[in-house]
Design a protein around this ligand. Structure first.
Ligand code: SF4
Length: 354
């Protein structure tokens, strides 16, 4: 690893990096909708959506969201079901639930105005170190660093650090902040990581800070930061029942308010069904649907069943007290996670071709 320059030289290097980053950002920053109007609410929404989701995916959701929930008051007043429905397709639904809870808290505790300090922002549901720093700097112009995965990679390479620590990264990102433009400084670092200093095949030839990059001069770019070996992801197979009544409506059940996909709807698992013998008749099987969660790979095997007319009531779904019959042409009425939407589409197709 290279030895750093003297303290004074190190300060000068930071200023040069910061200036080069901002110049590059001013020339090349992508024109993204949340950069056009940086109100605190819009910055918060975009930051929550961008955690774990790509920019291109987020853009249409961001526009739609602001039409439905133009401010914290509207978001806090909306029922959770509606919020989850608006989030449908973005994945990682805990972000939507947290945003909703955060809106309610801000409305109650701060009269609908998002607090500006990092410390207060951190107390809101779903707002971690990164999001607090991003909102404080971008929306409120405070000199707060924000270290996401992109920034971590850029800083590790710039300073040639194998295993960066969070505290050290925060301090380093702070040193690179322009006190007059802290939000832009943070975004410039993130933007560099997203577009130039990419995880694989970084574009060092066109990088505005290449002359300051220690990993580049040491030939260690591909090794920075050191990647953790990934644990194998467990796989499960879930047998799912698409149960139709006599009017071709399907039975859906609401998941509990906690845990994976909390509060969303699904077709019940076969093993959770409690129904009298002979109440259900098997009519066919649909193609399996695969879904990769971060921590779990699930394969859903849907079967089509019919509630016999003689049966007095729908089957009980253990652990799911809230169930309803739903026409599969109206799935927009409920929040259905991605894999369940694919099952619904296949079941609708099956009904039409029957
Ligand atoms: S020179 Fe290459 S490795 Fe260094 S910061 Fe730029 S893109 Fe990243």
């Amino acid at each position: 690893m290279n030895k750093g320059p003297s303290p004074k030289g190190s300060e000068l290097r930071s200023v040069r990096i910061r200036t080069a980053l901002l110049d590059h950002f001013d020339r090349t920053a992508r024109d993204l909708p949340w950069r056009r109007d940086r109100t605190p609410y819009k910055v918060l929404v975009s930051e929550m959506m961008l955690q774990q989701t790509r920019v291109e995916t987020v853009i249409p959701y961001y526009h739609e969201w602001l039409l439905r929930f133009p401010d914290l008051e509207a978001l806090g007043a909306a029922p959770l079901d509606e919020v989850l429905r608006a989030w449908q397709g973005l994945g990682y639904y805990s972000r939507a639930r947290n945003l909703h809870r955060a809106a309610r808290e801000v409305n109650e505790r701060y009269g609908g105005q998002l607090p500006s300090t990092r410390r207060e922002l951190r107390t809101l549901p779903g707002v971690g170190e990164y999001t607090a720093g991003a909102v404080a700097s971008i929306a409120f112009g405070l000199a707060e660093p924000a270290v996401d995965g992109n920034v971590r990679r850029v800083l590790s390479r710039l300073d040639d650090i194998e295993k960066p620590r969070q505290a050290g990264l925060l301090q380093r990102a702070g040193e690179l902040l322009d006190p007059d433009r802290p939000g832009d400084s943070n975004e410039a670092l993130m933007e560099l990581g997203a577009t130039v200093c990419r995880p694989r095949n970084p574009l060092c030839d066109v990088c505005p800070v290449a002359e300051h990059c220690r990993a580049l001069s040491a030939g260690t770019v591909g090794l920075r930061p050191l990647r953790k070996a990934r644990k194998p992801v467990p796989a499960v197979t879930v047998d799912v029942a698409v149960i139709f009544d006599g009017n071709d409506r399907a039975l859906v059940a609401k998941r509990p308010d906690r845990g994976l996909l909390a509060g969303l709807w699904e077709f019940p698992e076969r093993e959770s069904l409690d129904s009298p013998v002979g109440a259900l008749e098997e009519e066919g099987a649909l193609e399996s649907v695969f879904h990769a969660f971060t921590h779990l790979h699930a394969t859903y095997r849907p079967a089509v069943l019919r509630l016999r007319e003689a049966a007095l009531s729908p089957p009980v779904v253990r652990g799911r007290p809230e169930v309803r019959w739903l026409s599969l042409t109206r799935t927009g009425e409920i929040a259905l996670p991605a894999a369940q939407q694919r099952i619904a589409a296949a079941a609708l197709d099956w009904l039409r071709r029957r």
